[in-house]
Design a protein around this ligand. Structure first.
Ligand code: ATP
Ligand code: MG
Length: 318
């Protein structure tokens, strides 16, 4: 039995060196960094000690090697990742604007990442996991939606739990197919990990606690953990809420914080770690993630997170 099954896009990320750098002029770019929201999540969950398996597709090229090597060396079971000779590994180019916004150029639909379909799902993996994590960013085309649906059916049949990070990008939510898939996972999930943008998409312009109450009343999920970036997170179930403040750090690169947070939280839950400690570790993982350039470069083990938490708490005592 695997603790966590992840599925979706494997990407190489290439990042502008300077803030305010544009895609429209030559400039210096850093990377390639292993990336893809579900890959960041999976790598972090494995670093926290959970057993993690991944279903996806990478090109038979150096970028594919880069990602597989990282996942493998951090303990992820990559047997469910196929390689394509026809299409290259997916890529994401990113620049940071002076106002803190990010601009991305993705190549996913013409890459190996778009080759996932129903047949990519190994029933042995999907029927033998305790948690199946779905990223909204992995619902980008008909094949990947079919793959998620197939895995979802197998996981539910075998009694596994489903966690969902909607990762809503309003620009892709114009597609009725993606809207329908997002709604399906929302209805099926046991654990929802939304950001403020996700809550706004689902519930409109209402206070966070009202939005969460609506979701808990309407759907069968057991818990909602809202990610509030530099503010930390808030846990909600039907009887209580827990607000966990963040750790103060200097943000260098925010990409991947949410995935890293989620990977830590679900890995803790899979290992029966009590919720307050799980939330604290997840906040610490998100905080450390933003201090490093590269979406997976700030991923941390439990020992590293405990060391970081202790050093922050000691500073506060002084
Ligand atoms: P993304 O989709 O960009 O990866 P997200 O919107 O899903 O991110 P965030 O809320 O940005 O998720 O980040 C997840 C968690 O990481 C936060 O709940 C918090 O614990 C931690 N975190 C993020 N940014 C910061 C920061 N600047 N300082 C401290 N902690 C942070
Ligand atoms: Mg996110």
């Amino acid at each position: 039995m695997t603790d966590i099954l992840c599925m979706g896009e494997l990407l190489a990320e290439i990042m502008a060196e300077d803030i305010g750098q544009s895609f429209t002029e030559p400039g210096v770019f850093l990377g390639p960094y292993p990336s893809g929201a579900p890959a960041i999540f999976a790598d972090q969950a494995a670093k926290i000690g959970a057993s993690v398996a991944f279903i996806g597709c990478a090109g038979n090229d150096g970028f594919g090697e880069l990602i597989l090597n990282r996942l493998r060396s951090d303990g992820v079971d990559v047997s469910g990742i196929s390689r394509s000779d026809e299409l290259p590994t997916g890529t994401a180019f990113v620049t940071y604007q002076k106002d803190g916004n990010r601009e991305f150029i993705f190549n996913i639909s013409n890459s190996a990442a778009a080759l996932i379909n129903e047949d990519s799902v190994d029933p042995a993996l999907a029927s033998n996991c305790r948690y199946f994590h779905v990223m909204g960013s992995s619902l980008g085309n008909a094949g990947s939606i079919a793959a998620v649906k197939r895995a979802l059916a197998l996981v539910k049949q075998s009694g596994g739990k489903v966690s969902f990070d909607p990762n809503i990008r309003p620009e892709i939510m114009v597609s009725p197919v993606i809207q329908e898939a997002t709604q399906l996972i929302l209805e099926a999930c046991d654990i929802l990990l939304p950001s403020e943008i996700d809550l706004h998409y689902f519930c409109g312009d209402v206070p966070e606690s009202d939005a969460v109450e609506t979701l808990l009343n309407k759907y069968s999920m057991d818990m909602v953990v809202v990610k509030n970036a530099a503010e930390g997170c808030v846990y909600y179930d039907r009887t209580r809420s827990i607000k966990m403040p963040s750790f103060k750090v200097t943000e260098v690169d925010p990409t991947g914080a949410g995935d890293c947070f989620g990977g830590t939280l679900i890995a803790c839950l899979a290992q029966e770690i009590e919720i307050e400690r799980a939330l604290k570790l997840a906040n610490a993982a998100g905080a450390l993630a933003v201090t490093q350039r590269g979406p997976m470069e700030g991923n941390s083990t439990v020992n590293e997170l405990d060391h970081f938490i202790l050093s922050v708490e000691k500073k506060h005592e002084c």
